[in-house]
Design a protein around this ligand. Structure first.
Ligand SMILES: [Zn+2]
Ligand SMILES: [Zn+2]
Length: 183
């Protein structure tokens, strides 16, 4: 998704507001493969700040994630505010300034800002550590691997939070308290 900022590049302080509905290139990097659905709605303001263009935008859309419990892909809506600086190729923001204001810097492509990287960066920052397809996702049966959201399986179930070892321990404790009760 690109916005043309040629009309503000002559006068520092000039700004334009924009609204775009379109697609964001879906290739994340290898560590964070990202699939972003079409369309993505982007509403924002671009301001020429002399050393580049400062963009503030609200981004709405849906991203495809994989549930950390049942491993099924699902779609999660996002509604994010992002900001970034776009500077001419070869121009670098002084390191200390970049650290200070904590704004990501991208390269202007001629007189256009390509918002894809800014949007992907913000989505990745806001991805849940353990995505869930729904808050009460039942996950996969640890024995047979069946997706328990689709129904129960015939495997022996233990109360939630109890491992096989925990179950044996409970049985042993119950056994002992029975014995104690007798004496
Ligand atoms: Zn799930
Ligand atoms: Zn099972």
């Amino acid at each position: 998704m690109k916005i043309d900022v040629s009309e503000i590049l002559k006068q520092p302080g000039a700004s334009i507001s924009f609204y775009e509905r379109g697609s964001v290139a879906a290739t994340g990097d290898e560590e964070y493969p990202l699939e972003i659905d079409d369309p993505v709605d982007v509403r924002g303001v671009a301001t020429y700040i002399g050393e580049g263009v400062y963009v503030e935008a609200n981004v709405k859309g849906r991203v495809k994630l994989v549930c950390s419990r049942c491993l099924n892909p699902f779609r999660k809506p996002f509604d994010l505010n992002c900001e970034a600086r776009f500077v001419e190729e070869g121009f670098s923001i002084p390191r200390d300034q970049e650290d200070e204001d904590d704004i990501e810097t991208f390269t202007l492509e001629g007189s256009t800002c390509n918002l894809d990287d800014m949007i992907k960066h913000e989505i990745i920052l806001n991805l849940p550590m353990k995505p869930l397809c729904r808050p009460d996702c039942r996950g996969l049966c640890p024995v047979c691997g069946k997706n328990l959201n689709e129904g129960d399986c015939d495997c022996e179930k233990f109360p939630e939070g109890h491992t096989l070892f925990g179950k044996k321990l409970l049985e042993a404790l119950e056994e002992r308290s029975k014995e104690n009760g007798r004496s």
